[in-house]
Ligand binder design. Structure first.
Ligand code: SF4
Length: 403
């Protein structure tokens, strides 16, 4: 990392969407309290990884109703990846190059995605949909995909996780197609840090995308930031200040072992408690009275010093240091139509092949129920913990799973 990126030399950075943000006074978060380093075996996998195993069937799955698992959880939060490609190369997600892409024929078509979502909502009780990638905006027929899903499911909340590059040209069309909410990945407000972290110089495009999304009435807009030690950990307070000023909800996510470089280290994780402590040096945080429910983010009200009015909200997703798997309601489908019952699963169930072989909706629903019945307790295993000695990183990277 060059001197430009050290906290001592950061200058105020003028950004679009409101405030001039300065990192002055921001201090790097301490390294204390991080979990132990992961076993080296977790880094031995290739960046591409072998194909995940097909999921074993575990007897006892329900034959009707929703997506129940062996631990009594019911999955109602559907996340569907529409493409594995991305136009950025974030260090915590993809390798710089050499990422193998899915062949076009293996990607779900717009009609196949529409049918899978319809089965999830109308036969299995899914209550909300998140479109993910890769980067969904890379898909040229994204508006068609969303419009089809909206036609089938008029009341379904449809959100999308995006890096917002290119969103300035498509925000209104996506809103018109039926998209309701956005989660925008943005880890830094410094152009140089952005270019280093994403390996692309596109901060201005992200900010233009955010402007367009707000103008189109997409909302609420949440900003997802992964904090990396020595990279952007001085930006906690400036990011909260910028988000609150612009009416966005800032969400900090602990770095997870889903990177393409297989270089994740538990010692580099900024723990949620340190993130909270850093924010409380500049703001007052109060637990959100609406509670957390099954949401991955613990939410807080933000007040500026000396003010009683709530200025905004933040969320912190503590997958590593404070796991929330016991309340998990998520079920994921990859861009090639594989059900992943857990983000860290080593096994997948091929829904798309069943669909292409002519299986009817009831049959698709049962394949899905069987897959979710086998959902591991936590972190891809029946043992909890991403920093435990026997944790093994999944074969797919984050970009190939969908967040
Ligand atoms: S690690 Fe798996 S079980 Fe835990 S919250 Fe994430 S998806 Fe759910």
């Amino acid at each position: 990392m060059d001197a430009e990126h050290s906290s001592a030399t950061r200058r105020p950075v003028a950004v679009a969407l409101g405030a001039t943000v300065t990192a002055s006074g921001a201090t790097a978060l301490p390294a204390t309290g991080a979990p132990a380093p992961a076993k080296s075996g977790a880094t031995a996998l290739s960046a591409t990884g072998a194909p995940p195993r097909s999921a074993k069937t575990i007897p006892g799955a329900p034959q009707d109703g929703g997506l129940l698992d062996r631990f009594g959880r019911v999955a109602t939060d559907l996340r569907v990846s529409v493409i594995d490609k991305c136009n950025l190369r974030c260090t915590y997600c993809m390798p710089a190059d050499g990422m193998p892409w899915l062949p076009q024929t293996q990607l779900m078509s717009a009609d196949e995605i529409r049918r899978i979502v319809r089965v999830a909502v109308q036969s299995l009780g899914a209550e909300e949909l998140r479109i993910t990638g890769g980067e969904p905006l890379v898909r040229k027929d994204l508006e068609v995909i969303i419009a089809g899903i909206r036609d089938d499911n008029p009341d379904l909340p449809i959100s999308m996780t995006t890096n917002a590059v290119g969103l300035d040209r498509r925000a209104q069309a996506l809103k018109d197609a039926g998209l309701t909410r956005l989660n925008v990945s943005l880890d830094t407000l410094h152009p140089e840090t952005f270019a280093e972290l994403t390996r692309r110089p596109h901060l201005d495009k992200v900010l233009a995308g955010l402007e367009a999304a707000r103008a189109a009435g997409l909302g609420p807009i949440k900003i997802n930031a992964v904090l990396l030690r020595g990279m952007n950990d001085t930006e906690v307070v400036p990011l909260v200040d910028w988000a609150v000023t612009n009416g966005f909800e800032m969400r900090f996510i602990e770095d997870m072992p889903l990177d393409g470089d297989r270089s994740w280290s538990a010692t580099n994780v900024i723990p949620a408690r340190d993130i909270r402590a850093a924010i409380e040096e500049a703001f007052t945080l109060t637990a959100d009275p609406r509670g957390r429910g099954a949401a991955p983010a613990e939410r807080w009200e933000v007040r500026r010093p000396g003010e009683t009015a709530v200025a905004g909200h933040i969320g912190i997703i503590s997958s590593v240091t404070e796991p929330f798997c016991a309340a998990c309601t998520r079920t994921r489908v990859t861009a090639d139509g594989k059900v992943r019952s857990c983000l860290f699963s080593h096994e997948e169930t091929d829904l798309l092949s069943a669909l292409r072989e002519g299986t009817d909706d009831a049959g698709i629903a049962q394949v899905w129920r069987d897959a979710m019945w086998a959902k591991p307790r936590a972190h891809g295993s029946d043992r909890v913990g991403l920093a435990r000695a026997d944790f093994v990183q999944p074969e797919r990277t984050m970009s190939a799973i969908g967040g």
